[in-house]
Design a protein around this ligand. Sequence first.
Ligand code: ATP
Length: 424
Amino acid sequence: MKKYLDKLPLQLKRIIRQAQAASVSLGMPAYLVGGSVRDLILGVKHFDLDMTVEGDGLFFARQMAKRLSAGLVIHERFKTATLMLPGDLKLDIATTRRESYPQPAALPQVSPGGLPDDLARRDFTINTLAVNINPGQDHQIIDLFGGQKDLAAGRIRILHALSFQDDPTRILRALRFSCRFGFRIETATLGLLKKAVKQGCLACVNPHRLRDELILLLKENEPFKPLRELSRLGALSCLHPKLKVSRGTQTLFRLAKQQLDWFAKNFPRRRALDRWLVYFALLLAPLSRAQIKRVIDRLSLRKGEVKRLLGYYRQRSKIIYVLSRKEVTADKIFSLVEPLSYEAVILLKTTVKNKYLQKHLLEFFAVYNGMRLCVGGHDLGCLGVLPGPRYQKILAKVLKAKLNGQVNGRRAELVLIKKLAAEK
Ligand code: ATP
């Protein structure tokens, strides 16, 4: 393993050195584990670090946060912690534990356990590898389930026959990893996966866990592939019985990726988009509004996400109707599009070909969005107009004039507010 660790960027090496020091001073053996060992061996460029500690992972995490001057988020319920490090890097630290499932698809019961228990609770052999990072351990890979062989062969394999029943979210995970790495799902594992889908295991999963796993899948670089596999297996029916993906969905995903990349490249200072939300809306596109609402409720998406999605579905027809015309005033474009989320605007750009609508939406992003007045409350105050409905009305009128190119610059805006303030 040393050859892989030696190739790590300096920042990761420093983290591992600090973990070694903390492990020695606290007398708690610490291991690099799971996806980070897998990614190290595969030569993945950017990945987060996962560590597990025999002892008290939370105490270890606090010490590490001090040593690295890192932000710390403690997940008390799961007894895990995340350290937030510069460069968007995350370090997850947990205590080694044993997990058992009181009934299929239930949340696991957690009890203390050593490293072998912790590795045995994992999803696939390729995610069971660990490296003892303590000094004197020579960074040997601990491989209790043949993970290295499966990694070399490009194979996704579960650890025991009831794995998908215990935790059906592993169905999504298997397809996600298989598509991400181009790995094959081993024959017996695939048979058990199909059986679990047929038994309707996914319908029993806690909605939050299903939502989180679906979001992870939609965040993949190419989310269409695992979705197509899920659809072929009939597994998307856990969201809605009528949900399927088609060639049309594939085309929309491709177009959405182009639009999302275009936005990221051309507007790097604007809020980063939730790309997964755009793909999610496209996935649900074949359903009716009522059916979509049912899926959204079932997954209990967060408030902000629901607002962005429903805003899009609600306004879509009206916006298409108005913006598909050649002549639309700038203030009309602004008043229709500004209340939408960026994700909704990207969805419109992805799904509607009309050249006028495309032009108006481009103008929105490039010019109108975020347009600010040069005059403000202070100027109105000097004219004796106090905050209230009239004050708002005047500013809205000035903005409208500015959007339509009727005023340009602070002096012209001042002239206009003086005129408007003087009106009864
Ligand atoms: P990614 O690169 O997508 O983050 P990862 O393997 O690091 O992949 P995480 O979801 O961060 O995935 O989980 C970290 C580790 O925890 C996994 O490698 C796996 O060993 C274990 N794990 C996560 N989810 C499950 C699950 N549902 N069942 C069993 N083990 C799991």
